[in-house]
Ligand binder design. Structure first.
Ligand code: GRG
Length: 329
């Protein structure tokens, strides 16, 4: 019998400097738990319910499956952290529009995952520890459900319940559209798909550009949207943007490390696909140690940015920068 080859473990020595103390870890986990709970309650409220017997219920069931089946809710957390950075308010009430905007970003993020999993893209069977939407339902339903999530997200962002000020709402819509659109995440996905099919040599700079678009643009939008809701001026928004770009890269580089080292049970998605497909990743270009180091460099940059302009109210932003490279899924 052939024994499965053990997967390598991610380098951990240089991570020590970044590990949160036990007290910080407990505070972050409690805070994250609150973000997850409120975001999921909002997602439940904002996604069409099933049970009325309408013929389109299959679409709604698939949308609900996509957004409610799990996920770290990293983008809502970044949004709440961006809001707190500006306002210093750690206790945002559940009926505050921030959580509607946070749910909208999770809807956009989930649409992208559902489409990324389709056979014509990454062709995956497992997502968030469950069958992908097109496996659970079917391809046509998963495509329409992802369309529904993307479009409904903009209905949520432009609703006065999200913010009373029309200028703020317009800014939220614009930031989300630019981050998710054809010069942001969708562009990154296109470049990624082309990379896969091409035999051209790729550099770390090529990869950083791709990932800044594919993963970083939505992460940046999340932080800045939270800050806009908190009343940030343009100067602060640009500083937060630098932080978010570094965190976005760290998050993606660490995703490559986890893809090379994690198991399906741990990650909730199929690991090792990139290597199998011969795809260029940070790990294939830099090795495990080099990729981990590159992720840490980005976290250092992000923390340095925050320290320039922010004290205690940026603690959640600091936690999330560290979380990006200490998470295990
Ligand atoms: C189809 C337009 C379109 C875009 C897809 C984001 C994306 C673009 C594809 C996902 C592919 C991928 C695995 C990217 C790596 C980084 C990433 C975005 C991982 C998924 O985000 P997490 O880890 O997932 O926040 P959860 O499930 O926790 O929400």
């Amino acid at each position: 019998m052939l024994l499965a080859k053990p997967r390598p473990t991610p380098p951990s020595k240089q991570m020590e400097a970044f590990l949160l103390t036990a007290a910080e870890e407990a505070a972050m986990q409690a805070w994250l738990k609150g973000v997850v709970r409120i975001t999921e309650a909002k997602l439940d409220e904002l996604t069409p319910p099933v049970g009325s017997g309408q013929p389109e219920e299959r679409l709604w069931a698939c949308m609900r499956y996509g957004v409610l089946v799990g996920g770290k809710r990293f983008r809502p957390a970044l949004m709440a952290a961006g809001y707190e950075a500006v306002t210093g308010n750690p206790d945002v009430p559940e009926d505050h529009g921030l959580w509607r905007a946070a749910a909208a970003m999770e809807m956009i993020h989930t649409y992208s995952l559902m489409q990324d999993d389709l056979p014509s893209m990454d062709n995956d069977d497992l997502r968030r520890g469950q069958p992908t939407a097109h496996k659970k339902f079917d391809e046509m339903t998963a495509l329409l459900a992802s369309d529904g999530l993307l479009t409904d997200a903009f209905a949520v962002l432009s609703d006065p319940q999200t913010h009373l000020d029309g200028n703020v709402r317009a800014r939220l819509v614009s930031l989300a559209a630019v981050g998710a659109g054809s010069r942001g995440m969708v562009a990154g996905q296109m470049v990624d798909m082309l990379f896969e099919d091409s035999r051209e040599t790729r550099t770390v700079a090529d990869l950083a550009r791709l990932q800044t678009l594919k993963t970083g643009a939505l992460i940046k939008a999340s932080v800045t949207m939270g800050a806009v809701m908190g009343g940030a001026d343009e100067h602060l928004l640009s500083k937060l943007g630098w932080y978010a770009e570094a965190v976005g890269l760290a998050f993606q580089i660490w995703d490559d490390v986890l893809d090379a080292t994690g198991s399906a049970a741990q990650l909730g998605k199929t690991p090792g696909k990139d290597a199998k497909a011969g795809k260029v990743t940070y790990v294939s270009l830099l090795g495990l140690e080099g990729a981990s180091q590159a992720a840490l460099d980005q976290v250092r940059t992000a923390l340095g940015e925050v320290d320039h302009f922010c004290g205690e109210s940026c603690e959640p932003l600091r936690w999330l920068a560290k979380y990006a490279v200490t998470r295990t899924r």
